[in-house]
Design a protein around this ligand. Sequence first.
Ligand code: SF4
Ligand code: SF4
Length: 205
Amino acid sequence: MKEVSRREFLKNAAATGAALAASAALLRPAAAETGVIRPPGALEKDEFLSRCIRCGRCGDACPSQAIMMFTEANGEKFSLKPGPGDDGTPIIFPRQKACNLCQKVDGEYLRCTEACPTGALTKLLKSEVTTKVKMGVARLDKNLCYSYNDRCCGVCLRACPFPGKALKSAMHEMPVVDPALCVGCGLCERSCIRYPQAIVVVADV
Ligand code: SF4
Ligand code: SF4
């Protein structure tokens, strides 16, 4: 079992960066299957779409700039077409920017949920993240993951805000997702150095 070398790491990071810049459509190859990832606290789909007034306050409030407003153009970048009513609603594309659950900012509440004027996002305390946030669930492709293919990587394990719980480490830093504990923040997907990435978040639908 070898470790991912610095050279290999840089090569993949460069490939990912180049891909980000050059062809956004290639960013998240599995996006078409992942569904729409909403900010934390989003109500069930129909209720969310009827309550959201597309004001963008959640996006403005996000310190990580993780929330974008869904348009055909930005959906196209991630191979995701807006469905009926999706246009102008908030969406997260973790490969570009993931939600860090407001870990690095002051305040008791998740800022997007605090900013939402309509309740389309339920106002949530940071202390409620593990019990009330379910943006999606991380899905691992073992065929792509370095740690399952004779290279010790572990980058996603170190990015997870719930290490040893949502993302556990098996031998040689092989990540193992616990779907019950994963909140779908996407920090693992954001950090994955493999291209195409070995771990993606699938919406909780
Ligand atoms: S919880 Fe915080 S970091 Fe996550 S999307 Fe909302 S405002 Fe952004
Ligand atoms: S703040 Fe609430 S109502 Fe405004 S876009 Fe975000 S989810 Fe929709």
